[in-house]
Design a protein around this ligand. Structure first.
Ligand SMILES: Nc1nc2c(ncn2[C@@H]2O[C@H](COP(=O)(O)OP(=O)(O)O)[C@@H](O)[C@H]2O)c(=O)[nH]1
Ligand SMILES: [Mg+2]
Length: 314
């Protein structure tokens, strides 16, 4: 299949073409860049929902119910489940696959699990591109599910249009843990498994955490919702909250799109520059030698990188 044909088929929403495009991106195939170039002008229309929270919090169950809810309001949905477990051992991926069968007869829902792998930043890179593919394919909503642990994942959620942070009733420790990065990026908090004891305590814990921050009159104050994903209770309210946030943040949308592309630009430039160094500036094995000299304290990273920059820019 020629590349333009693949791009055209992605643009027409062809399920097999979408799957093929995602595989190319995951494999970091060189033709993926051509594909991205071809589809990019047709992106920027879908709304990106980031859903993050600890393993077992009920994220996938909630995404499944949210998909059904939004479909009933006419949205078309793409789901990217980023799973940290290996594709070979991960039971979670199997679980996601079972769940997706609920929507498998629906051509307007596309669900894909992606496993963490590759080098640093590889995951956020490929997730960003997969979201663009679903965007180009005409999905009005793209939902990204991640376990909010690594920097990579925080980056993914940060580039979403709305960030939903899921918690479950517990000792309150999880609220403490959230402060490290995730708390600040949450636009909506969800306490799932509200059928369990302690849901109200968790809500109170998040509330008192929010009380420490000051919000101006016009600033969005993240609501805290309770859901029971297994039954779907609270899911229509979550969809309402997402729509309310969307309306509230519409003015800032261009800024979000800009920061999303800035993030991607920086990645591509870094990637491209390092490739250029390896192919055109360094002699074979030179970088390793420099690293050894740094380790032996014969030089330092500051002088070494300044020198490399001077050579590269000559
Ligand atoms: N009691 C209860 N169990 C739930 C609820 N939502 C999800 N679960 C269960 O929690 C487990 C983990 O759910 P899953 O969606 O795979 O979590 P994920 O790892 O965050 O994606 C599954 O057995 C779900 O059936 C809920 O609201 N209440
Ligand atoms: Mg899951």
């Amino acid at each position: 299949m020629t590349r333009p044909a693949l791009a055209d088929r992605v643009l027409s929403g062809d399920v097999r073409a979408i799957a093929r495009a995602i595989s190319l991106i995951e494999d970091e195939a060189p033709v993926a860049a051509d594909l991205m170039r071809a589809i990019y002008p047709h992106t920027g229309r879908s709304y990106l929902v980031g859903i993050t929270g600890p393993p077992g919090a009920g994220k996938s169950t909630l995404v499944d119910k949210l998909t059904a809810e939004t479909r009933s309001h006419g949205e078309t949905v793409g789901v990217i489940a980023v799973d940290p477990s290996s594709p070979f051992t991960g039971g979670a991926i199997l679980g996601d696959r079972v769940r997706m069968q609920a929507h498998s007869a629906d051509p307007d829902v596309f669900i894909r699990s992606m496993a963490t792998r590759g080098q640093l930043g590889g995951l956020s890179r490929s997730t960003t591109d997969v979201a663009l593919v679903l965007d180009a394919a005409g999905k009005s909503l793209v939902i990204i599910e991640t376990v909010g642990v690594g920097q990579d994942e925080v980056d993914i959620v940060r580039t979403a249009d709305v960030s939903v942070v899921i918690m479950v009733p517990g000792t309150g420790d999880e609220v403490q843990a959230l402060k490290a990065g995730i708390m600040e990026i949450a636009d909506i908090f969800v306490v799932n498994k509200a059928d369990r004891d302690g849901a109200d305590r968790t809500v109170t814990a998040v509330e008192s955490n929010l009380a420490l921050q000051s919000y101006t009159e016009s600033e969005w104050r993240p609501p805290i919702l309770k859901t029971e994903a297994s039954t779907g209770r609270g899911v229509p309210e979550l969809w309402d909250a997402i729509k309310t946030f969307r309306a509230h943040s519409e003015a800032g949308r261009v800024r979000r799109l800009k920061s999303r592309s800035e993030f991607r630009m920086r990645e591509l430039l870094t990637h491209g520059f390092l490739n250029h160094l390896e192919q055109h500036v360094f002699a074979p094995g030179e970088l390793q030698q420099v690293l050894e000299r740094i380790a032996a304290r014969e030089t330092d990273p500051y002088s070494a990188s300044a020198q490399i920059l001077r050579r590269a820019l000559k």
